[in-house]
Design a protein around this ligand. Structure first.
Ligand code: ADP
Ligand code: MG
Length: 480
């Protein structure tokens, strides 16, 4: 199957060619015709399988007949994403794929000045890509009109729910015209996603191309059992002796991310941390530096890492296991993307054995365990409860392991932080940084994947393994 056979128009085919894609991925093959036929869609596929082009290409095609260079556009499509980074990446894809079409887009997220966004919206755009918080700011301030939206897209819907955006989503939905096309994309499916989709989608086509909650086959996984206070030394050793060049390291907390990146620096390994407490400019810069190879290690929390897409990212390290088993799948999905091989290494101490069990149960695999000489576990050390990270307000399910701490804090209305007066010079700096980010994103080339890659074969699976039943969630404290 070729992109042409999917019925895509010439300006899109040309843009796809520029990107270097030779054939549609399984999710694209299934989603594109259905979306072109104006159906609602509920689509699930593991990370890195090309979902963005799966909805962006047909969307651009549907809009192409309704746009012209000469009239002021109104917003015909709204794409919601959970994080700023993801919004920026989706916007980049829309720009890339739509470069030969007269379609105007605006990307709207918090942490940067609002005035530039207002100016763009005033001029008129066809597509808005937004995070929920900042979108609601614009709605409150009456600087955006979403009453003409014909297509509504929720990207990473599972993460949206995880991050407690459900109320924000409902607020947005209430303002959209009743008659519209809806597309919901998610890496994992749960009962909650089902429920959400029941409320949004109208007689949707269900598209699923890989088993849910499975880890990518392209990623080799290994566990190093190690004492907690030896983890840092082990990580330094692995990086130095393995001569690893580009490593994404996950910690559970923002504080842990900062501390680890400082310690690695002291060991002579260039590192930077990325998490929700950092300004958008700082996050964008850290991400761009890492992508460009200017820093060797990017230490990230789960939320901050969502949406990171770096071609051929060779190493992902779980410095600490996530307390939510599904996050393990998301984390290691950052490597081995687009058919490239990757390695996921987890450093596991005695406190984390329950987390590990939860993960192995979820992915239905026992991960290989390797003890590194000189880092043998001290059997006298007993497991201690793990304190809940400051940025996790989530609660029980079978896949979330004890010990847990219920976060009783009210969700912070993070939109307030966007309401701070914003200095002009900051704004232009941010804009510059965004531009830099955009540039560093360009010129990516996809290497033709091997047969068993994510782009090679579709694996329909209808068996529903849902271990997230009865899951109760609380809104997270930190939002984008
Ligand atoms: P997902 O949203 O499913 O996690 P993305 O849409 O971010 O995945 O795509 C992952 C990577 O695959 C991106 O670098 C993208 O450019 C690349 N990609 C997308 N579609 C194709 C294709 N048909 N052929 C090759 N590479 C592709
Ligand atoms: Mg995606």
């Amino acid at each position: 199957m070729t992109f042409k056979e999917l019925g895509l128009i010439e300006p899109l085919l040309k843009a796809i060619k520029d990107k270097g894609y030779t054939k549609p991925s399984p999710i694209q093959e299934q989603a594109i015709p259905v979306i072109l036929d104006k159906h609602d869609v509920l689509a699930g596929a593991q990370t890195g399988t090309g979902k963005t082009a799966g909805f962006t290409l047909p969307l651009l095609q549907l809009l192409s007949s309704k746009t012209s260079k000469n009239t002021k556009p109104n917003i015909k499509a709204l794409i919601l994403t959970p994080t700023r980074e993801l919004a920026a990446q989706v916007a980049q894809s829309v720009d890339d794929y739509g470069k030969y079409l007269p379609i105007k887009t605006a990307v709207i997220f918090g942490g940067v000045g609002i005035n530039h966004q207002k100016a763009l919206l005033r001029k008129g755009v066809d597509i808005v890509i937004a995070t929920p918080g900042r979108l609601l700011d614009h709605i409150e301030q009456n600087t955006i009109d979403i009453s003409h939206v014909e297509c509504f897209i929720l990207d990473e819907a599972d993460r949206m729910l995880d991050m407690g955006f459900i109320r924000d989503i409902r607020k947005v939905l209430a303002l959209l015209p009743a008659h519209r096309q809806n597309l919901l994309f998610s890496a994992t499916f749960s009962d909650e996603i089902k429920k959400l989709s029941d409320g949004i989608l109208n007689n949707p086509k269900l598209i699923e191309v890989a088993r849910r909650n499975t880890s990518s086959e392209m990623v080799s996984q290994v566990i190093h059992l190690v004492d907690k206070d030896r983890k840092k030394a082990l990580l330094s050793k692995l990086i130095k002796e393995g001569n690893w060049k580009q490593i994404l390291v996950f910690t559970r907390t923002k504080h842990g991310a900062n501390k680890l990146s400082q310690q690695l620096e002291l060991d002579g390994i260039s590192a930077t941390a990325i998490h929700g407490n950092k300004s958008q400019g700082a996050r964008t810069k850290a991400f761009a530096d890492f992508k460009a190879g200017a820093v060797r290690v990017l230490v990230a929390t789960d939320i901050a890492a969502r949406g990171i897409d770096i071609d051929q990212l060779p190493h992902v390290v779980n410095f600490e296991l996530p307390n939510v088993a599904e996050d393990y799948v998301h984390r290691i999905g950052r490597t081995g993307r687009a058919g490239n091989e990757g390695e996921a290494v987890s450093l596991v101490c005695v406190d984390e054995h329950d987390y590990l069990k939860g993960i192995e149960k979820l992915i239905k695999t026992s991960i290989k365990k390797v003890v590194i000489e000189g880092f043998e576990v001290d059997p006298r050390i007993k497991a201690e409860p793990i304190k809940a990270g400051g940025n996790r307000g989530r609660n029980n399910s079978s896949s979330r392991n004890s010990p847990k701490k219920t976060d009783t804090r009210a969700p912070r209305d993070n939109r307030n932080k966007d309401k701070k007066p914003f200095r002009k010079d900051n704004e232009s700096k941010n804009t510059q940084e965004n531009r830099k980010y955009k540039l560093s994103n360009e010129g990516k080339k996809f290497k033709e994947s091997s047969n068993n890659s994510k782009f090679g074969s579709a694996k329909p699976n209808s068996s529903r393994v849902d271990n997230r039943q009865n899951r109760q969630r609380k809104p997270r404290v930190q939002k984008d």
